[in-house]
Design a protein around this ligand. Structure first.
Ligand code: IVH
Length: 679
C-alpha cells in the first residue's frame, strides 16, 4: 500500500500503515527475511511520519516512530508483576536430572508419561512485556520476582520486540491482555564490537555480554539503549486475559509465540520422555561453543502446563522445570596477588594469584593478566573481585575487575622496575607492549630456556621435566644448557624423587640427544623468530653452527621466509659473547651435529615442491619423525588440508583431515606408500 497524501486520508489508513510497518520490521529484524527493500521501508516510514506531523493527536506509543523516547528522570518506577516471575532449580549433571525426575514422578504419576521441552538457558536478563489489545504498554525487569523496574522506554528501542503484535496467521487470535517473558541478550560479536568502540572512545568497557545487556537496559537515556544491538528470545506467557484459550503445553506455547510474532529460538527441542532428554544433552555441550550468543545451560520443562501447575513450587522454583547448568567458564573470585613470570626471551608477564575457584571442573589458582598495559587499562587492583574465564584449552585469564564490590582496601598495582628473578633493571623497547629482563644469566630465563631446549620439537630429551630442571638450576648444578651433558648420576641422585633407575634413564636420554640433527639443535637454541620450520631450512643450507654463525645478513635474507628481523635476530644471537661461550661448551661436550649436505641435496630433490599433511597414527613413524623425514627430502609439512596440499599421509584413526582431503580431492598416502616415494 502506498498512500497518497491527500485530505481523504483516514484514521483507518493510518492504522493500516502502522500495522504494515510492524509486519515489515518483524520480517526484517526477527526473521531476517525482509519482504520489502530498505528504501521501500524508509519511504513508508516517512509517509507515516508525515501523517503524524499532520495529525499529532493520532500518534500512539505503538507507532514505529516512537521507539526512542525521552530520558527517564531520576530512577525507574517500580512495577508489580501480574504473577510471580519464577526462577529455576539447578541440576549440574545427568544424575541430578534423573534425581529431579524421580522426585516429581513420585509426586504426580502423570510425569511417568510426560513429554519435555529443552530450551537454551539464555545468559541474559529477564524482561516482562505487557501487551494490551496487541500493543506494548509496559516492559519491566524481574526485580525480586514480585516487583520489578519499569524500563518500558528502553524495551521499546529493541527492534525485535513488537510494539504491536504482528499476528502472522489470521486464524490465530491474541488475548486482550498478554504478558510475555523473554530474555534480553547481546550476541558475542556485537559485544566485542561494542567494547572495541567504547575502548576507542576512551569509555568504560563491559565485562561480559550479560552485564552489557543488563547495563544497556538500565540506562536512563533510551537513546543509549537503542545504540546497543540487544536481542530477545521469548519463552513464556506469564499472564493473559481469559478471552482466548491459550496452548496447554510448553511446546505449543513456543510455537504460538512464534506465530504471533515474538522472537523465539529454533534451538528448542521436544523430547518424548526423560531418556530422550538425557540423549540430547551431549549435543548441547558440543553446540555451546558454536552458538553466536552465550547460554549457561539447558532448561528442561515438563510439557503439560497443567502438570507443572499441579506440581507447585519449592520457594520460587517450579517443581516441573529444571535448569541443567553447563560447567561455568567464567566465575568471579578474589585477586590475592599479582606476580610476574619471566619468559625464555626475558619478557615479563604478569599473572594473577587467585583464591582457588573451580571453572568447568578444574580448580584454577592462577590466571594470566596478559601484560602490564592490560592491568592499567582495566584498572585491576590487588584485592579486587575479578571475573576469570577458562574456555576450552585456553589458559585461564582475568577478564576484568568487578568495581562495584570494592571496599577501598584494594591496592593499585605498579609494574616491577627490576626482574623479580634476578633483580636486573627491566627494559622497554620502543613500540612494544612488553617489558624485558635483559640479563642473559637470569635463572628464570634459564629455566624456560632449558624447558624449551629439552622439548619434543627441539632436543627431545624425555624424562627431563620442569621439576627436575628447576631443581638443577636452584642447586646450581647447571648454569646453561651445555651443563646438562656433564651431569653425573650422583648429581641427580641427590635430587628429590630421583631413584637410580630414573637417573639412568634421564642420563641416557641426555646422551642420546647428542645425535639429534642440526635442525633440532638450531630450534633448541631458541633464537627469536626461529621455529622448527625455519631451523630446518637453515640446516638445509648451513652444514653446522660455525657455518650459520658466519652467514651474512644479505645471505640470510635471501632465504625464503627470512625477513630482516629474523636475519638480524640470528646475527645478534651469534654476536652475543655469552652465546659464543655456550657454543664452545656444546662443541666440547660433543653436541655438534654436522649435516652431510651432499646427501641432503641429493634426497632433497624427491619431495621438493610438494606439501604434505600428516594425520592419524602411523604404524612405524611418530608424527614428528615423519615430519622431519619429509622435510629432509625437501617436502613441506603443513598442519591443515587445503587445495595447496599435495598429499595427505594418513594413519589410523585419522580425523576430519581425512574427510577434508576427500572433499578437496587431495591424494591420500599411507606410510608405506610415502616411504616408497623416497626411494
Ligand atoms: S523458564 C517457570 N526458560 O534462567 C519459568 N528461564 O535460573 C522459569 N532463563 O530467571 C523460567 N533462559 O531468567 C526459563 N529458556 C528459559 C530461560 C530461562 C534463561 C533464565 C530466567 C530465569 C533463570 C533461572
Amino acid at each position: 500500500m502506498v498512500l497518497k497524501m491527500d485530505k481523504n486520508l483516514t484514521y483507518d489508513d493510518y492504522l493500516q500503515l502502522k500495522k504494515e510497518l510492524s509486519f515489515y520490521s518483524y520480517r526484517y529484524y526477527v526473521l531476517s527475511e525482509p519482504v520489502i527493500s530498505d528504501s521501500e521501508y524508509d519511504q513508508r516510514y516517512h509517509q507515516l511520519k508525515a501523517i503524524e506531523a499532520q495529525y499529532p493527536n493520532w500518534i500512539t506509543s505503538d507507532s514505529p516512530t516512537q521507539r526512542i523516547g525521552a530520558p527517564v528522570s531520576g530512577k525507574f518506577e517500580k512495577v508489580a508483576h501480574p504473577a510471580p516471575i519464577l526462577s529455576l532449580a539447578n541440576a549440574f549433571d545427568m544424575n541430578d536430572l534423573r534425581a529431579w525426575y524421580e522426585r516429581i514422578v513420585k509426586l504426580d504419576e502423570r510425569v511417568s508419561t510426560a513429554e519435555f521441552v529443552l530450551e537454551p538457558k539464555y545468559d541474559g536478563l529477564t524482561v516482562i512485556l505487557h501487551y494490551e489489545n496487541g500493543i506494548l504498554v509496559r516492559g519491566a525487569t524481574r526485580g525480586d520476582g514480585l516487583i520489578g523496574e519499569d524500563i518500558t522506554s528502553n524495551i521499546r528501542t529493541l527492534p525485535t520486540i513488537p510494539l504491536q503484535i504482528p499476528v502472522l496467521d489470521r486464524n490465530i487470535s491474541v488475548p486482550q491482555r498478554l504478558v510475555v517473558r523473554g530474555e534480553v541478550l547481546l550476541f558475542l560479536a556485537d559485544f566485542e564490537a561494542l567494547n572495541k568502540k567504547l575502548e576507542e572512545a576512551g569509555e568504560k568497557t563491559y565485562v561480559n555480554p550479560r552485564n552489557t545487556a543488563s547495563g544497556s537496559l538500565r540506562q536512563l537515556d533510551p537513546m543509549i539503549t537503542s545504540s546497543r544491538p540487544l536481542k530477545i528470545f521469548c519463552y513464556d506467557i506469564v499472564d493473559a486475559s481469559d478471552d482466548i484459550e491459550l496452548p496447554a503445553t510448553q511446546w505449543e506455547t513456543l510455537q504460538y509465540l512464534k506465530t504471533i510474532g515474538f522472537p523465539t529460538s529454533d534451538l528448542s527441542q521436544f523430547a518424548e520422555n526423560i531418556d530422550e532428554v538425557v540423549n540430547y544433552w551431549p549435543t548441547w555441550l558440543e553446540r555451546r561453543d558454536a552458538l553466536p550468543f552465550e547460554i549457561d545451560g539447558v532448561v528442561v520443562k515438563t510439557n503439560q502446563h497443567a502438570v507443572v501447575a499441579d506440581l507447585g513450587f519449592v520457594g520460587k522454583d517450579p517443581r516441573g522445570a529444571i535448569a541443567i547448568k553447563f560447567p561455568a567458564r567464567e566465575v568471579s573470585t578474589t585477586l590475592q596477588d599479582i606476580r610476574v613470570n619471566v619468559g625464555r626471551t626475558g619478557v615479563l608477564t604478569p599473572y594473577a594469584v587467585l583464591t582457588p575457584v573451580e571453572i568447568g571442573g578444574v580448580m584454577v589458582k592462577q590466571a594470566t593478566l596478559h601484560n602490564f598495559d592490560f592491568i592499567a587499562e582495566k584498572d585491576i587492583r590487588v584485592g579486587d573481585r575479578v571475573f576469570v574465564k577458562r574456555a576450552g584449552d585456553v589458559i585461564p585469564y582475568v577478564v576484568g575487575p568487578i568495581k562495584d564490590t570494592r571496599s577501598g582496601a584494594e591496592k593499585t598495582y605498579l609494574p616491577p622496575q627490576e626482574c623479580p628473578a634476578c633483580g636486573t633493571q627491566v627494559e622497554h623497547f620502543e613500540g612494544e607492549v612488553a617489558w624485558y629482563c635483559v640479563n642473559a644469566a637470569c635463572p628464570a630465563q634459564l629455566i624456560r630456556h632449558l624447558e624449551h631446549f629439552v622439548s619434543r620439537g627441539a632436543m627431545d630429551i624425555v624424562g627431563l621435566g620442569i621439576k627436575i630442571v628447576e631443581q638443577l638450576i636452584e642447586q646450581k648444578l647447571i648454569q646453561d644448557v651445555a651443563d646438562l651433558y656433564t651431569l653425573k648420576s650422583d648429581d641427580l641422585l641427590n635430587l628429590e624423587g630421583y631413584a637410580e633407575k630414573k637417573v639412568e634413564n634421564v642420563l641416557a636420554a641426555i646422551a642420546a640427544s647428542k645425535a639429534q640433527p642440526l635442525n633440532r639443535l638450531i630450534t633448541a637454541l631458541g633464537i627469536n623468530g626461529v621455529g622448527e620450520a625455519m631451523a630446518t631450512d637453515l640446516a638445509g643450507k648451513y652444514a653446522d653452527l660455525d657455518a650459520l654463525k658466519a652467514a651474512s645478513m644479505p645471505e640470510l635474507e635471501s632465504m625464503d621466509g627470512v625477513g630482516p628481523n629474523i636475519a638480524q635476530a640470528i646475527i645478534d644471537w651469534f654476536a652475543n659473547p655469552l652465546n659464543t661461550q655456550l657454543l664452545e661448551k656444546l662443541r666440547n661436550v660433543g653436541v655438534w651435529p654436522i649435516v652431510e649436505h651432499q646427501q641432503v641435496e641429493r634426497t632433497a630433490q624427491v619431495l621438493s615442491g610438494l606439501t604434505f599433511v600428516i594425520t592419524g597414527t602411523l604404524p612405524n613413524y611418530g608424527r614428528d619423525e615423519m615430519k622431519t623425514l619429509i622435510q629432509q627430502h625437501g617436502g613441506k609439512v603443513s598442519g591443515s588440508v587445503s587445495r595447496k596440499t599435495s598429499y595427505v599421509v594418513m594413519g589410523e584413526n585419522a580425523g576430519s583431515k581425512a574427510d577434508k582431503a576427500s572433499a578437496l580431492n587431495v591424494a591420500i598416502l599411507n606410510e608405506a606408500q610415502l616411504l616408497e616415494m623416497l626411494k
